[in-house]
Design a protein around this ligand. Structure first.
Ligand code: PRX
Length: 647
């Protein structure tokens, strides 16, 4: 099915006029990247500086799974993100601009030369604390300049960073520290979000009661009172006083680990997705250059937190390797007012703005006036990431924010892919609201049916990628078997994304959402199994099944079916306890929208919970429950439907 013409939005003339890559160049480069991938990626590798340039480009297999890119190259990504711009005479140009939570707070701005000084200071401090190459360093920070500096400092000395989003709970922090046996933590005293104080250091303290570490480096930011444990905790402004002013970049093999980032899967605990240095560096540098069509001097703003992959790749590594000026915003879209984003765009004359559909939907609901009261004429490109964008939100973004004149890139990718995989390129491609568009260079998407049969032409299926790309995750930290099982076992010899997808006659891809037990809540990936485990920890809960349901703002909401132990009655108080339990175990981002107490869950005769039915009921879709005759007790379903209707 081709999108009707009225669904095709032409690439704006201004974007065509300035693009790094025209439609015909895209076609030619894409073809080269498929016909001769190693030659293509050898060429792309020259975007960055190498200590020893690679002679071997790719060496990978999906069966058995072993992925290497640039394996004999030596480099340091911090050098590429910072030092080399200073060396090239761009030390005075702006690297990072910090906009605080409150519009009255102090804006900070660092040039590349200043950023280099800060990174060296932090790297030297880490060394002084005993951090060495290969050590895992946990970072739990707000969106402040020191968050970026901490990541770059780790990369500089060859330590592996594991950044944890500030919205995760102490239990979640402890689990992640334990999983990668991290001995060092960098955190701030606290963060600010929408005027609320986030007790980051206190959360770290609570986590460390469960999992001790050697040292904690604390950055003063919010000014909150914190407890410092003697011998373990150090104020950064104190210990960094007498560090030496030199700290050379550690030469890293391209396949040395750069970072671990935990993400949810359909089963079990979060997985420590591992990215290595060389391929990730090239991939983020190249995708940033082409997808955002960046030009020197432009102000780039990605609203993602550094705790997510989008923050890693498009707040830090992609833009900084390209010498961009990056805005870091600590706050939220609707504080102190619903025009905060647009006020920040106006204040800093942002040129490229990259955010998530959930934010767009939330702001759209508040009306156009919040947008139109600000001068947004600096904007020239809009981006979307994290979940499918519904055409209505796309239109509003295009018409109201972009005044109908700006290209929108809807970038599909994942923590595991390291960077953008499918997007239209601005100026090269026409856009279709709701479709991510076309594969990036080197990406070979394939749609397969549930039995793995390859589907061709315009069709829908499960989205796989058949050929490796430089930014691909190499393993799950400490658990290569799980890596293989999760991504390469469903369809042998292919990387399975976990997403469903439609391809239209123009070769545009339309991501339809997860086909596994992962839900996407406000652009945050959540394993239903994780929420279930949190619920069943409560001593009154017998069993829990969690599914997603469509939510106007969040994309998907969290719907929990819970059965209680014999003799326990449902109550509002228990519901509140269970919500608190999930927040404690995972964090506020996993707070259930609905807790539906049920006498029992629908199961097959062999005892398997029929999640398909639970999903349909949560979606208020009672007409298409399918065959319920295989249930051990089909009569349960009517009760569940009544319970859903009553909400
Ligand atoms: O389902 C897809 C959805 O987000 C998942 C990846 O989540 P995460 O690893 O947290 O990374 C998010 C940011 C890259 C994907 O499997 N997703 C991401 N971007 C899009 C999307 N779905 C539709 N359209 C997108 N542009």
């Amino acid at each position: 099915m081709t999108a009707p013409d009225d669904l095709l939005v032409k690439a704006p003339a201004a974007a065509i006029a300035r693009t790094h890559c025209t439609a015909s160049q895209y076609d030619a480069l894409y073809q080269q990247s498929i016909d001769a991938p190693d030659a293509f990626w050898a060429d792309q590798a020259t975007r960055i500086d190498w200590i020893t340039p690679p002679t071997k480009i790719s060496n990978w297999s999906y069966d058995p799974v072993d992925i290497k890119w640039y394996e004999d190259g030596l480099l340091n990504i911090c050098h590429n993100a910072v030092d080399r711009h200073v060396a090239a005479g761009k030390g005075e140009s702006t690297a990072l601009i910090f906009e605080p939570d409150s519009p009255d707070g102090e804006v900070r701005s660092l040039s590349y030369a200043e950023l280099l000084t800060e990174v060296i200071r932090m790297a030297g401090t880490l060394k002084k604390m005993g951090v060495t190459k290969g050590d895992r360093v946990t970072i739990y920070m707000p969106m402040i300049i020191e968050g970026a500096v901490a990541m770059l400092a780790c990369a500089r000395i060859g330590a592996i960073h594991s950044v944890i989003f500030g919205g995760f709970s102490p239990d979640a922090i402890a689990g992640r520290i334990e999983d990668c046996s991290s001995d060092f933590v960098i955190c701030a005293d606290g963060g600010l979000r929408g005027g609320k104080h986030i007790p980051l250091k206190a959360n770290v303290d609570a986590a460390l009661n469960k999992t001790p570490v050697r040292s904690v480096l604390v950055i003063r930011h919010s000014g909150a009172d914190v407890t410092m444990t003697d011998g373990r905790d150090h104020w950064y402004h104190e210990v960094s006083q007498d560090v030496v002013s030199e700290c050379p970049c550690e030469p890293m093999n391209a396949e040395d680990p750069l970072f671990i980032l935990y993400t949810s899967g359909s089963t079990g605990k979060p997985k420590g997705v591992l990215h290595t240095t060389g391929g990730y560096a090239v991939w983020t540098a190249a995708t940033f250059h082409y997808a955002f069509d960046y030009r020197e001097g432009e102000i780039f703003w990605c609203t993602a937190d550094i705790g997510w992959v989008t923050g890693h790749s498009y707040v830090i590594y992609g833009p900084l390797q390209n010498g961009a000026s990056v805005l870091m915003f600590e706050g939220v879209p609707n504080y102190p007012g619903h025009d905060r984003f647009w006020q920040v765009v106006d204040k800093h004359k942002v040129n490229i703005f990259y955010t998530a559909p959930t934010a767009i939907r939330a702001l759209m609901r508040e009306g156009d006036d919040y947008v139109t009261r600000h001068d947004l004429s600096s904007l020239r490109l809009l981006g979307s990431v994290g979940e499918p964008i519904n055409p209505e939100a796309w239109r509003w973004y295009h018409d109201t924010v972009g005044k109908g004149a700006l290209p929108i890139i809807d970038t599909w990718w994942q923590t595991e892919t390291g960077g953008v995989m499918i997007t239209t390129l601005p100026g090269a491609h026409d856009m279709k609201p709701g479709s991510a568009g076309r594969p990036f260079f080197g990406i070979q998407p394939q749609l397969v049916d549930n039995d793995g049969a390859v589907l061709t032409g315009a069709t829908s299926g499960n989205l796989c990628i058949t050929h490796s790309w430089p930014g691909q995750a190499r393993t799950l930290y400490g658990d290569h078997d799980r890596f293989v099982q999760t991504y390469f076992a469903t369809y042998k010899g292919k990387y399975f994304t976990g997403d469903g997808c439609r391809r239209d006659e123009d070769g545009y891809y339309w991501i339809t959402g997860r086909v596994d037990d992962v839900i996407n809540v406000s652009g945050h990936r959540m394993g239903t199994a994780e929420v279930e485990s949190a619920l069943v920890l409560h001593d009154k809960v017998a069993e829990a099944a969690v599914v997603g349901f469509p939510h106007d703002i969040k994309g998907q909401g969290i719907y929990c079916y819970v059965t209680l132990n014999a003799g326990i009655e449902p109550s509002e108080a228990l519901e509140a306890e269970l919500r608190a339990q999930v927040r404690r175990e995972i964090g506020p981002i996993a707070t259930p929208d609905h807790i539906h107490f049920a006498p029992a869950l629908p199961k097959t005769r062999s005892g398997k919970i029929m999640r398909r039915i639970l999903r349909k009921i949560a979606e208020n879709d009672f007409g298409s429950l399918g065959d319920t005759s295989t249930l051990a007790d089909p009569s349960l379903v009517d009760g569940l439907i009544e319970g859903r209707k009553a909400r």
